[in-house]
Design a protein around this ligand. Structure first.
Ligand SMILES: *Cc1c(COP(=O)(O)O)cnc(C)c1O
Length: 428
């Protein structure tokens, strides 16, 4: 059959009911699975047979939803995790254990920044933050003999900056390590990082994929393209026998599925951050309309961004589809059909003005969330980082003016009217 379009994959990939089976993907709300002989069960624990035995490792609902996301990204395998944080942690830890080194861009989501900057070092993993706009030579200088991966976000949260995926993939591959890309904001509808050389993609499915503010979740997708065996000395966890499975070697036994199989059978087994089948079911409902929702959010965001770009109270705005955005050329290359529904902006008039503006909003709500059906706004200086002075904010790399505005699925005219009336009220 001809390669199917993204909309068709959103609705169908990963689940095809047989005669008389449920049309909608069922929730297999079960912790365990039954077998007939002791030998059957034993073979599962030896990874000799594939099958379900305990939902902490694998569940049919989760696997079908993961397969749908893998199809959308063009990957060979995927796993769901309990959150986006768990996805990024597992994606790195699967190949970068204690004693190893990770290179990450510094303009990343705050939660990931804390995970990499504070928690990974406590686990014995060294981390270097690099400027994603630095030259290849400068980024090259961050590599060490124990570097095991490079990490970045396709579109950064909250700055909505565009990652030069090909540049980072080139540098990573030259050094024999994979590039991991968090593709949460554009979703595979607008960008499929594997097409530009990324090796592993992660998601906070909590955002557009779920899209209705119902369930926290994450996903890791493997392209199957990285040749672990060619760099076996760097990745002994994948390329040498695992004593916790009677000495099987993941790359030899599972080929292109080695990375996800190891993450499932080792990390999920031991750390247990599985997504509940019920949440996977909600995530699936979100995926079935993903192609429609992200396009609508993006079209509305474009209208809002144009209005704000020309508004006298707006000091600056970052939305890569604007022609005056510093990343517009990167957007045209990596996200030619659209970026996302999120933008960052600073208002003239400082914190006081920003607070009056937010308090005057009626439709757009103040929330610590982004990228779902509700338009919402967050001002880190007054909310998540309110204990910091402007000086401390600057040291933490957060512009005290920065507001993150996420456009939902309401009528764009209503969103624009709300923003305009609130700016007017704030001025009084
Ligand atoms: C929200 C977010 C995360 C963390 O995801 P959770 O589901 O909240 O754990 C990671 N990366 C990006 C880009 C995000 O926006």
């Amino acid at each position: 059959m001809k390669k199917q379009g993204l909309g068709t994959l959103c609705v169908h990939a990963g689940y095809e009911p047989a005669k008389g089976e449920s049309r909608q993907m069922p929730i297999i709300q079960s912790t365990t699975f039954k077998y007939e002989t002791s030998d059957q069960m034993g073979r599962l624990f030896d990874l000799e047979d594939s099958g379900y035995f305990y939902t902490r490792l694998q569940n049919p609902t989760n696997d079908r939803v993961a397969a749908r996301i893998a199809a959308l990204e063009g990957g060979v395998a995927a796993m769901l995790t309990s959150s986006g944080q768990a996805a990024n942690f597992f994606a790195v830890f699967n190949i970068c254990p204690a004693g190893c080194h990770l290179i990450t861009t510094s303009e990343i989501y705050g939660g990931t920044y804390n995970l990499f900057g504070t928690t990974l070092p406590k686990l014995g993993i060294e981390v270097t933050f690099v400027d994603q706009y630095a030259s290849e030579e400068e980024i090259q200088a961050a590599f060490r003999p124990n570097t095991r991966a490079v990490f970045g976000e396709t579109l950064t949260n909250p700055g909505v900056r565009v990652l030069d995926i090909e540049k980072l993939a080139r540098i990573a591959h030259r050094n024999g390590v994979p590039l991991i890309v968090d593709n949460t904001f554009p979703t595979p509808i607008y960008c499929r990082p594997f097409e530009f050389g990324a090796d592993i993609v992660t998601h906070s499915t909590t955002k557009y994929m779920d899209g209705h503010g119902t369930g926290v979740g994450g996903c890791i997708v493997d392209s199957g393209n990285f040749d672990w065996e060619a760099h076996a000395d760097k990745f002994p966890g994948l390329c040498t026998p695992d004593p916790s499975y009677h000495g099987l070697t993941y790359t030899k036994k599972f080929g292109k599925l080695a990375y996800i199989t190891k993450a499932t059978s080792q990390l999920m087994r031991d750390l247990g951050s599985i997504q509940s089948p019920q949440n996977a079911f909600y995530l699936n409902l979100g995926l079935q309309t993903l192609h429609l929702r992200v396009k609508r959010a993006n079209e509305s965001a474009r209208k809002v961004a144009q209005m704000l770009n020309a508004h006298p109270d707006v000091k600056w705005i970052l939305f890569p589809e604007l022609e005056n955005d510093p990343d517009h050329a990167l957007q045209l290359k990596y996200l030619p059909e659209g970026s996302c529904g999120v933008m960052a902006l600073g208002l003239k008039g400082g914190r006081e003005f920003a607070m009056r503006f937010m308090d005057a909003l009626r439709l757009v709500t103040i929330e610590t969330h982004v990228a779902d059906c509700y338009s919402c706004i967050l001002h880190p200086a007054s909310h998540t980082h309110r204990q910091l002075t402007d000086q401390q904010l600057a040291e933490a790399g957060i512009d005290p003016d920065l507001m993150r505005l996420s456009i939902g699925l309401e009528d764009p005219e209503d969103i624009i009217n709300d923003l305009q009336q609130a700016l007017e009220k704030a001025r009084q």
